[in-house]
Design a protein around this ligand. Structure first.
Ligand code: DAT
Ligand code: MG
Length: 151
């Protein structure tokens, strides 16, 4: 089962979109295995966005993600990485399709509301960066057989 790290970013929390964003991932069928409200430290932000270190927008990106609290979620599901990214929409909200989170609620790349892991490997790494193993709960959801065929 794939895992993805979702971050409801500071702009989304400040704008009162936390519930709407969680609702969309829940409705998609992804199973929540971890969730918490937190302030991202400078150190964790730099680790999370290490791949973008050196790019012109890196400093602004770290400042943004650490500026105000976020909600982080670890989600599990078949094809969770692609499913979550499709629910989120294109990185640049101007290019995001209507019906996606960014396409419905955002306008600018530097205020694009939500993060989702971009590969199976990064999903595992990012969930590990934000959650202790003891904070993750593997639980049988009563609706699983109606969402995951053969389970
Ligand atoms: P995504 O968040 O869709 O995975 P990404 O990993 O390429 O996108 O970049 C991480 C974040 O960095 C993105 O959500 C917003 C910011 N960002 C990316 N490219 C940018 C750019 N050209 N100018 C400003 N911010 C950018
Ligand atoms: Mg990314």
């Amino acid at each position: 089962m794939e895992r993805t790290l979702i971050i409801v970013k500071p702009d989304a929390v400040q704008r009162g979109l936390t519930g709407e964003i969680i609702r969309r991932f829940e409705a998609r069928g992804l199973r929540i295995i971890g969730m918490k409200f937190m302030q991202v430290s400078d150190e964790l932000a730099r680790k999370h966005y290490a791949i973008h270190d050196g790019k012109p927008f890196f400093a602004g990106l770290v400042e943004y993600i650490t500026s105000s609290p976020v909600v982080v979620m670890a989600l599990e599901g078949t094809g969770a990485i692609a499913a979550a990214r499709n629910t989120i929409g294109a990185t640049r909200p101007g290019e995001a399709t209507a019906g996606t989170i960014r396409g419905d609620f955002a306008l600018e790349v530097g205020r694009n509301l939500v993060h989702g892991s971009d590969s199976v490997e990064n999903g595992q790494i990012e969930v590990g960066n934000f959650f202790d193993e003891s904070e993750l709960i593997s639980w049988p959801r009563n609706t699983d057989p109606w969402i995951f065929e053969g389970r």
